[in-house]
Design a binder for this molecule. Structure first.
Ligand code: R1P
Ligand code: URA
Length: 292
């Protein structure tokens, strides 16, 4: 018998839309662009040729439309992996659960999801303005550990190598970092030859978890030095942001294709940041719209 999703587990608003996003099943597109900043939704949808739906609730702002004949939905997630848990579960429910019967649909619908964000660069070749496509994401956030299939989708050898390299024990590594490879075909198509293909660490915070110390000391003052020097099969960690791990992990568990592309706005090695990035991120948006 098919599993029935109770009202408390799958919350549907009275207008038939999903609880947080307020999107209805008919407005979900197969191609989805996620952005952190709700203001970035207007930038993405300004390139759309037609718009069929626009809805806003809390930090979640969604626009569905078409770009060069492709039906795309752009949604803002706000900051952090906790919000990615909400957005991924709700878009997957919109795609794969029948809201009338509250049961899973017969045929799986696969979505293609690209997150466009900003990040901190960790290597000399990831200076401000560089576009990085995450081939692999490392979660310092712990979210995926709450899902049963975590070990079946993670790169456990790389996880162990990273933990040994960091030398973390006790509270700082509980839960341990998880390592997830993005969809290979999607990375190839989105990154092409003009983006760095990187290993991205997604952190559960912008300051301490990214080794940024202001007034209070860090548990591991050498964190960034260790993260920057980690090597696995000739690859190094390129950037820090705050969502790509949960996105890559949940997409794998749910059977969707996903990756993250970010523009570097701060290079941690050089100690430099650029807050005037709004125009340059538009070039990244155009590349993704053409390639998704
Ligand atoms: C922190 O400033 C935020 O910027 C990055 C981080 O992942 C975090 O969400 O991405 P967005 O620019 O997409 O928000
Ligand atoms: N976003 C992050 O999460 N970190 C940075 O350093 C810059 C943008």
């Amino acid at each position: 018998m098919k599993k029935y999703f109770a009202e408390s587990e799958l919350i549907i608003n009275s207008d038939g839309s999903i609880f947080h996003l307020h999107v209805k099943p008919e407005n979900l597109a197969d191609k989805i662009i996620l952005v952190g900043d709700p203001g970035r939704v207007a930038l993405v949808s300004s390139h759309f040729n037609t718009i069929e739906n626009e809805v806003e609730s809390r930090e979640f702002h969604s626009v569905t439309g078409t770009y060069c004949g492709k039906r795309i939905m752009v949604t803002s997630t706000g900051i952090g992996c906790d919000n990615i848990d909400i957005v991924m579960n709700e878009i997957d429910a919109l795609a794969n659960i029948d809201f009338e019967t509250r049961t899973e649909k017969e045929n799986h619908r696969q979505l293609e999801i690209v997150r466009i964000g900003t990040c901190g660069g960790l290597q000399m070749h990831t200076q401000e303005g560089t576009f990085i496509c995450s081939e692999t994401s490392i979660g310092f956030d712990g979210l995926l550990n709450f899902y049963e299939g975590r070990n079946s989708v993670c790169n456990l050898t790389m996880e162990r190598a990273l933990l040994n390299h960091l030398g973390w024990t006790g509270n700082i590594c509980a839960p341990a970092p998880y390592v997830i490879d993005a969809d290979e075909e999607l990375v190839k198509r989105i990154a092409q030859n003009d983006m760095v293909r990187g290993i991205t660490v997604a952190c559960g915070g912008f300051f301490g978890p990214q080794g940024r110390q202001l007034r209070i000391p860090l548990a591991d003052p050498r964190q960034n030095e260790k993260v920057e020097s980690f090597e696995f099969n000739g690859r190094c960690i390129t950037n820090y942001e705050m969502e790509s791990s949960a996105l890559a992990g949940l997409a794998k568990l749910m059977g969707h294709k996903a990756t993250t592309v970010c523009m570097v706005i701060a290079n941690r090695r050089a100690g430099k940041a650029n807050t005037g990035y709004k125009n340059h991120i538009d070039s990244l948006i155009r590349l993704v719209l053409d390639r998704i």
